[in-house]
Design a binder for this molecule. Sequence first.
Ligand code: GTP
Ligand code: SPV
Ligand code: MN
Length: 646
Amino acid sequence: MPEIIEQPKETPFGNCTTLQRNKNPQTSCGLYSHIRGTNVSYGNVSSLAPSVKSFIEESVALCQPDEVHICDGSEMENKMLLRKMLDEGTIFPLPKYENCWLARTNPADVARVESRTLICTEQREETIPTPKEGVQGTLGNWISPSDFDRAIQERFPGCMKGRTMYVVPFSMGPLASSFSKIGIEITDSPYVVASMRIMARVGTSVLELIRKQEEFVRALHSVGTPSSGVVENPSWPCDPERTIILHKPSENLIVSYGSGYGGNSLLGKKCFALRIGSTIAKREGWLAEHMLILGITKPNGEKKYITAAFPSACGKTNLAMLNPSLPGYKVECVGDDIAWMKFDNEGVLRAINPENGFFGVAPGTSEETNPIAMATIFKNTIFTNVAYTSDGGVYWEGMESSLAPGVQITDWLGRPWTKESGKPAAHPNSRFCTPAGQCPIIDSHWEDPQGVPISAILFGGRRPAGVPLIYESRSWTHGVFVGAAMRSESTAAAEHKGKIIMHDPFAMRPFFGYNFGHYVQHWLSIENQGKVPKIFHVNWFRKSSNGKLLWPGYGENSRVLEWVLRRCSGERCYTDTAIGRIPAKGDLNLDGMQQVDYEELFSLPKQFWLEEVSQIRNYFGTQIGSDLPLEIYNELDELQERILKS
Ligand code: GTP
Ligand code: SPV
Ligand code: MN
């Protein structure tokens, strides 16, 4: 380790430790302090596995940073990163809370960019199904190996000039688990490093693991520099015009340029745990999914685990931290965004959360909707693009009741804001990045290397019309069809404009690492590996004809989970319908609720469902064609017949 001199220093936001780096560092063995002539300002190069060293060397040669920093995951290092971000104006302190920070991005860099997210394989068909002629494919973007190389050569050479290159060793999943996978992210963004420290297990112990196994996912990231050479907003450098997020599954390689935001830059999350992860999972016979994992305990003490796949900004974090309105029930959180699932030797499907933190949607999070999140996020958290209050705190849409009287609000763009401004104070995709271990209801098994046993899988989305609160699939194959047929209203999590109902199969449309038709085949084959969970579809977002939500959601969703549990223990508390099993009136516990229009909440308008079937048929036929397994077309035909007969 280079020698580090620690000096306490008084700062405008309290007492902070400054780390003065040794200009001429000696590593502990005194062997190596440069990589390709570039100064290693922090970290121990001599102890790196050869594969790691060559990844760094290649990246240095390409990106030409001023110096290299190999992250050890220590607290000292974190302080150093915070100091740098404060100096550069990337973050502001939030003195109202403990160790909390606010980052404001360039307003052109606020969400995932799906149109610039590509997967590289030799053959196009490996990555995406072949759409019908003249139809634009919507199930991912393919790039050829030569275009992949060109895209890198057009952007990366010299892109880190004047910057520090950080090397972040991270593990997706607890270090001791056989589920877990390791990665190295190389980035020029201290914000990314600080966020990765929260979202993944980062540090020296990961480098030690690599020395033993030599296998890791390589992830290269740069916020980039616009081709004009002018960085308009130095506190948040980025290059929106040339942003690109590339994946090469055959080499376990991720290359991301131009954006510092969320899934574009925290490469362990969507790029690794879902896109590369799903390709590894296919190969190795398991599932990498966009799912929360929760544990639910009944009043009699019986506990089950459930996973749920909802599209981005459709309620995973909220359900994962549910505060049940039903007396005697307890929900505990294992994860809020990603599940890796595989069968154990007894044929039980088990899941881990590969992440270490929550990168959650801020707007809508409040004492009323998600008190557990509110009890989690006000220490050790990086907020991005939320509004700021004059008492040193944060604010977003939904937090009205927590506002101290008389405070002034500054919006996410740094402008004075009042309710009359007519624009949201926080960006709709503003987020908190907070350690999962801080969640007061984190499950005691959340880091269990064996994972937790899964009893039920929920699919769901934002469906303002036609789709009931819950229905149960008739079989595993029917359940896979339900996942494949998922649709949901678009949200601010990506660049889509307006509220249109989009197809979002398995809530994975932006995250498939390979051809969706093959993905469905893989899901079907899972049934042969062990005892599969029951599959359900939920919709918290149905509206009445006058535009009002028919279901209060949030804590009241525990009533729906109770029904799921009863179905999992084989209780005959259902009635058959054309689309699947629903709770008959009286089967769903509504005790103590304000009036609920049960008939409307569960109505299945025949015209709506015929139209839905026709939309799905058109989608399957034009987007996936013969790549979609026949079983799924059969399920669609049978659904149509049942609706016609109903
Ligand atoms: P990603 O992190 O983007 O994957 O999103 P997510 O699926 O975790 O979504 P999240 O739980 O953060 O919810 C997003 C928005 O949906 C928030 O504004 C919530 O307030 C709202 N929401 C969540 N659950 C419910 C619910 O049960 N009913 C209603 N009406 N809104 C909900
Ligand atoms: C999502 O969009 O599904 C997220 C946020 O969880 S991001 O990390 O930006 O992908
Ligand atoms: Mn997500």
